[in-house]
Design a protein around this ligand. Structure first.
Ligand code: ZN
Ligand code: ZN
Length: 485
């Protein structure tokens, strides 16, 4: 068994854009395979497909690549990225993990990395990238390694050339992606690329566009058996998603539990509410804590980072399968601090739920099993009032907590609302509060100064010395002249 496991983990599939990451002048194409293999420390069976406009690739390069078992795929340059990605998605469908995938391209950033990060949250592979000019900076995509293409090729430069051994002779080695044509001989391939039929096909077919497969995935789907009874931890940003005026706070927990139950999630639910709890009315604090909601007092500018820290701590004690629910507008947005959660979801089998007060303009990079609008989530228990009694008073769904009231600034746990209020008024707490406030104020000030000086650089301020001297060149800059014209 373990032998099989090791073998399947060692499966490595490589998609290589030859246009973005070409073979350098004078480099022997036969060395490409061994360079890639040595980057992987020769730990597995590597399958490589080289994509690009192969009409432009010299014959000796194509021969060199195919002689070492590298498959060659012809695509039109403008379609290479999308065809490579489509092939990768198809391969994932047929090759369940564990396995490694590698993309050699400068165009991973943006839509592709967003979709790939979401795919990886569902089904995780070891992911490797190589680039020549533009590394992928999207922090939500979890990478095992990110190599520089030419440095990677250098790895194999010194080694003696090894003839391709044990290559599967039945596999087609040359593909034309424009015509769905494949063959095993270079001669036939080149003949095809210069044929009338191929020319017409490319002339009439529009170029492929990148298809983000996760865009059409359902938002709310039923629980898988492994997640159905697993623990659920809820991180609730009370600032983004407050309790509406007149709403009975005791109904928050039953609403969340009921909404999850409707999708088949019945595991124990722990809820931590983050916010400036000095501003939360006592009756809300009492009502929520009576249903087992834990409070974390924190200030607005560190609220998200505290939520993330809480998630990290919880994840350490609660290995997957388990679920995380985020109630927040900030963490739901695509360009948010949610990279850390995204990254954790790509590493391990956690489920993620999202609730927000406003549906995000762009789909988040977080892959969710269900999403709700905060108001409609709260309304779930309204029509099912009986649930309130069942869940709110000492239900087994309430997870034992280390402290019902928690000051995240001072790291202080309180067992009762009285103690919590006392703490929030204490000297010790006020001191921490002041430090945080001062730090933030000075941060805003520094940021403002930075923006001002950047603006000054742009417009060439201060003008007195510089502009006076350069007066003849900056005529066009004078608003008066322009106004007159
Ligand atoms: Zn063709
Ligand atoms: Zn405190």
């Amino acid at each position: 068994m373990s032998g099989n496991d090791a073998a399947s983990r060692a499966k490595i599939q490589v998609w290589w854009d030859m246009n973005d990451c070409p073979i350098p002048e004078g480099y022997d194409a036969r060395r490409v395979r061994q360079s890639i293999e040595s980057a992987f420390n020769d730990f597995g069976r590597v399958s490589i497909t080289a994509y690009g406009d192969q009409k432009q690739t010299p014959c000796h390069v194509l021969r060199g690549l195919s002689s070492t078992g590298i498959a060659v795929a012809h695509t039109r340059s403008e379609s290479t990225r999308s065809v490579m990605y489509r092939d990768m998605v198809e391969w994932r469908g047929q090759n369940p993990p564990p396995a490694s995938i590698m993309i050699i391209s400068d165009q991973v950033e943006g839509d592709l990395s967003w979709d790939l990060a979401r795919l990886q949250q569902r089904t995780s592979y070891y992911l490797y990238l190589a680039y020549s000019n533009k590394p992928c900076h999207d922090s939500f995509l979890n990478l095992y390694e990110n190599w520089h293409w030419e440095e990677l090729l250098e790895e194999g430069r010194g080694a003696p050339l090894v003839a391709a051994g044990g290559l599967s002779s039945s596999a087609a080695m040359f593909y034309c992606k424009s015509c769905n044509f494949d063959c095993q001989s270079l001669k036939t391939f080149r003949k095809h690329l210069s044929s009338y039929k191929h020319g017409v096909e490319e002339a009439i077919k529009p170029p492929d566009t990148l298809l983000c497969v996760t865009k059409t995935w359902a938002r709310n789907y039923p629980a898988t058996p492994e997640h159905a009874t697993a623990k659920i931890h809820v991180l609730w940003n009370m600032k983004d998603c407050p309790i509406p005026e007149g709403y009975d706070a005791r109904r928050v927990r039953p609403s969340i539990e009921r909404a999850l139950k409707e999708l088949g999630y019945t595991g124990p639910v722990s809820i931590t509410a983050f916010g400036n709890q000095k501003q939360t009315p006592d009756h809300h604090l009492l009502a929520l804590s009576s249903t087992g909601v834990v409070f974390a007092h924190t200030l607005p500018w560190v609220l998200h980072s505290r939520m993330l820290t809480n998630f990290e701590e919880w994840a350490e004690d609660n290995p997957p399968p388990a679920s995380i629910m985020i109630i927040s507008d900030g963490l739901a947005s695509r360009k948010s601090h949610s990279s850390l959660i995204c990254s954790r979801l790509q590493e391990s089998n956690y489920n993620c739920f999202l609730a927000y007060s406003v549906r995000p303009f762009e789909m988040p990079a977080l892959l969710t099993s269900a999403e709700w609008l905060w108001d409609s989530l709260l309304a779930v228990s309204e029509t099912k009032r009986h649930i309130l009694h069942k869940c709110s008073s000492g239900s087994e769904m309430v997870v034992a907590s280390t402290g019902m009231f928690f000051c995240d600034l001072c790291d202080c746990h309180c067992k009762s609302l009285d103690d919590f209020n006392k703490h929030l008024l204490s000297k010790e707490h006020t001191h921490e509060d002041n430090i945080m406030n001062t730090h933030f104020q000075s941060f805003i000030h520094r940021q403002r100064q930075f923006k001002i000086s950047k603006y000054h650089d742009e417009v060439g301020y201060p003008p007195k010395t510089k502009r006076m001297r350069k007066a003849p060149q900056t005529e066009g800059f004078s608003p008066k002249t322009r106004d007159v014209v």
